[in-house]
Design a protein around this ligand. Structure first.
Ligand SMILES: NC(=O)c1ccc[n+]([C@@H]2O[C@H](COP(=O)([O-])OP(=O)(O)OC[C@H]3O[C@@H](n4cnc5c(N)ncnc54)[C@H](O)[C@@H]3O)[C@@H](O)[C@H]2O)c1
Length: 401
């Protein structure tokens, strides 16, 4: 079967790497640099080893391309392009638009088209299908389905194979074919009654995390105001064997999912006249955490950060990945600089970011730990500055939330 995957990022490349064992896979991406790297056997995604890419390239079951002509005879097309927020934090479907245009203009035979990009309920039915049909020069009856991606890059215990996968087609035939496609490399497939349920479930999963993270972030502030250790309190609550799930505080949430997906749910809710007050407030609490952290650091240092050298440790949005999308470190750095601090950052996993390079883990007046990669030594963090504020709860002996 010829499978074309539109977008070769975290999601698209992960699917490609699993599907290439069974199918002939073409990874279509409009970024020539990524395509060239992949075709030379390099992986830019944690969790997808370059040896796997090299193996599929050698076997002839995988190639990356920027050439839309490679889509012409696809039997399965998987969409895995970004669905971010616009500048004013509204759903940005422009990448989906462009993917639909490419598919519509080039796909010349009936195919199964599956969306894996996260978006609001109704996207497959009311947006993707009409867009592809609009751009198609000839009327072709494709099958359409949704199967929201749940991959957690950098995670060892759950992967594409053992993470249950939701799916639903617009027609029973689309559902059946989608089941057939994923069952090659997924152990457990869960069919739901409509694409809208699958789309909503994906958004709700991440909204559940966003709201709980906001709650624990708010609780960290309450605990501090009461002189109670937040981590000890959370551990104590977590001894309850039912009805409690532990989340930990942080400098805010990052990544492509948690700060973004709930806003898709809120936008569609409000469009339909339903309130999304929890979601909106949770987003604010998480965004405000960076300023709270800087307030705490400033208060601990005689009320002024003017001219002080501050090293932000860890700028990736989560441990052990190089992904900086929506990272809380960006707001922490902004607030530190806004108060006159001279800020550099250390993160050898990220390396380069926003035209700056990772600085050595040493020699600062103070250090603020935003993300702690496993490879970064706790003792070196403590030795990097006379004052260390840790937002992760992983650096014992540092000041913290
Ligand atoms: N990263 C995750 O952990 C994760 C998990 C679950 C769901 N998702 C969702 O999956 C989708 C993709 O996310 P990602 O993390 O893989 O993004 P990504 O930025 O890592 O990769 C997207 C790729 O798509 C390419 N691209 C953009 N527009 C294109 C177009 N029109 N044609 C061809 N290629 C195009 C980009 O060059 C990029 O390489 C998003 O909707 C995201 O919310 C992501």
């Amino acid at each position: 079967m010829k499978v074309v995957i539109i977008g070769q990022g975290y999601v698209g490349l992960t699917i490609a790497a699993f599907a290439a064992e069974f199918d002939s896979v073409v990874g279509f991406d409009n970024n020539q640099v990524i395509v060239d790297q992949l075709n030379s056997g390099k992986s830019h995604i944690e969790g997808i080893d370059k040896s796997l890419i090299a193996k599929w390239l050698k076997a002839g079951s995988y190639k990356a391309t920027t050439d839309a002509m490679d889509i012409v005879d696809a039997e399965v097309v998987v969409i895995a392009v970004p669905t971010p927020l616009t500048q004013d934090r509204q759903p940005d479907l422009s990448y989906l638009d462009s993917a639909c245009k490419t598919i519509g203009e080039n796909l010349q035979r009936p195919a199964l088209i599956i969306n894996e990009s996260t978006s609001f309920p109704g996207t497959l039915r009311n947006y993707i299908k009409p867009a592809i049909e609009k751009h198609s020069p000839n009327p072709i009856t494709h099958l359409y389905a949704i199967s929201p991606e749940r991959v957690d890059p950098g995670r060892g215990d759950f992967n594409q194979k053992n993470t249950p996968r939701l799916f639903a087609g617009l027609t029973p035939e689309a559902s059946a074919k989608t089941h057939e496609f994923y069952s090659m490399f997924c152990d457990q497939l869960v069919e739901v009654s409509s694409p809208e349920v699958a789309e909503a479930a994906k958004l709700f999963e991440n909204t559940f995390r966003q709201v709980n993270i906001a709650l624990v972030n708010e609780f960290a502030q309450i605990a501090n105001s009461l002189g109670i250790n937040v981590y000890e309190t959370l551990d104590a609550a977590n001894t309850k064997p039912y009805g409690f799930m532990k989340f930990t505080p942080s400098a805010g949430v990052g990544g492509h999912c948690i700060p973004v997906d709930p806003t898709y749910l809120a936008a569609v809710a409000e469009e339909n006249g339903a309130p999304a007050t929890f979601i909106r407030r949770a987003n604010e609490v998480n965004l405000e955490m960076s300023e709270y952290v800087v307030d705490r650091v400033q208060a601990d240092n005689d009320g002024s950060l003017q001219g002080k050298s501050v090293l932000v440790v860890g700028v990736a949005y989560k441990p052990n990945v190089a992904d900086v999308r929506e990272t809380a470190a960006e707001l922490v750095i902004k607030h530190l600089r806004g108060r006159g601090a001279v800020v550099s950052w250390h993160d050898d996993v990220v390396g380069n970011w926003k035209g700056e390079s990772s600085s050595p883990l040493q020699g600062a007046d103070m250090a603020v730990v935003v993300t702690k990669h496993d490879s970064v030594d706790e003792k070196k963090i403590l030795a990097s500055a006379p004052y260390v504020f840790d937002t992760t709860g992983k650096v014992k002996g540092a000041k913290g939330l």
